[in-house]
Design a protein around this ligand. Structure first.
Ligand SMILES: [Fe+2]
Ligand SMILES: [Fe+2]
Length: 333
């Protein structure tokens, strides 16, 4: 299969210059993922029993209390709140995360469509991209349905971030697919790590448990595609471009981790969570470890493909995404 797109002559000058070459491994991966998407996929309304009696969404339900992995959950301030308030805060946090989640997936879908628009039809990658768009649309519908049922304020990304995502990230899918798929992993990996931890620890509310289980199952394919794409493309980039990526990728990942795992002001301010509490929780050793661990897979990929030269490591460290259990490759510490 060729990686080339019809617009390659134009983008070769300013973008990643995808190499013209056949790659059976990548082609086979796309075919395998396509088969899996047919064998195991979910519908937001057919496969989630929204109206089951124990699936009701009420803000005074203690099953919504914050998960231990949330920075605020571990604070003395949160523990001292009345049970009813803890439940309300927990539900609002879930709703806000779901809102940010579907906004991220909206940008992601548009990027995938922009890429597919210039691919030759009939190839396994074209079909794979559309499977992923369909799956992300189903996730978006699941997430927005829960936000709707929570019936409480759930602001998502800050307006500035939304504008930037729309104007910068969507065009990246064509101009620099490598950077686009790093953006994809920057959003998907931290959420996946947290969602898997929640499933392992046990989720009290069965509706949330069902949504997260469906999401984790399908996201495994998306992360696999993005990682394989990058593993194939990064080694072929020009040295100058690799040098630029060595700086840009950790900055992008650090920003995405903050967006996906941090406590936004739109949550803390209206709920009266003191800023000092939020700051202290963010700096707690467990939270630092969680953030570093949340991008362990992408970090490993960067190390293996030579995108972390020694001089770039301080950038990773400064952003708090270097140390952690995922740093296990030779010369990673
Ligand atoms: Fe998703
Ligand atoms: Fe995804």
């Amino acid at each position: 299969m060729s990686f080339a797109t019809r617009s390659e002559p134009v983008w070769r000058a300013i973008g990643d210059a995808e190499p013209h070459r056949s790659d059976r491994t990548f082609e086979e991966l796309c075919r395998r993922l396509n088969r899996q998407s047919v064998d195991k996929h979910f519908d937001a309304y057919e496969d989630v029993d929204w109206d089951a009696p124990d699936h009701d969404v009420r803000s005074d339900d203690p099953r919504w209390e914050l998960a231990d992995f949330d920075p605020v959950a571990t604070t003395e301030w949160y523990r001292s709140q009345p049970a009813q308030d803890r439940a309300r805060l927990g539900l609002q946090r879930v709703a806000m995360t779901m809102r940010t989640g579907w906004e991220f997936e909206n940008v992601l879908q548009r990027g995938l469509l922009a890429r597919a628009f210039w691919l030759r039809e009939g190839g396994p990658e074209f079909r794979y991209l559309h499977h992923e768009v369909v799956e992300e649309s189903q996730h978006t519908m699941m997430f927005q349905e829960l936000v709707h049922r929570a019936a409480m304020p759930a602001p998502g990304m800050p307006a500035l971030v939304k504008h930037a995502a729309e104007r910068l990230v969507v065009p990246l899918a064509r101009r620099s697919p490598v950077l686009f798929f790093f953006f994809v992993l920057g959003g998907e990996e931290p959420i996946d790590v947290v969602q898997r931890r929640r499933l392992r620890a046990g989720i009290a509310h069965p509706l949330l448990e069902r949504i997260i289980r469906i999401h984790v199952t399908e996201e495994a394919r998306h992360r696999s595609f993005a990682k394989h794409y990058l593993e194939h493309q990064v080694p072929h980039l020009r040295p100058l471009r690799r040098g630029a990526l060595a700086i840009v990728v950790p900055l992008l990942l650090g920003t995405m981790v903050r967006l996906m795992l941090g406590t936004p002001r739109s949550f803390s301010r209206p709920n009266g969570v003191p800023r000092a509490v939020v700051r202290a929780a963010w700096r707690a050793p467990e939270q630092r470890a969680l953030r570093a661990d949340s991008v362990a897979g992408v970090r490993r990929l960067c190390v293996q493909t030579g995108l972390v030269p020694r001089w770039a490591r301080p950038v990773w460290r400064a952003l708090g995404i270097w140390a952690g259990p995922g740093v296990d490759g030779p010369g990673c510490r």
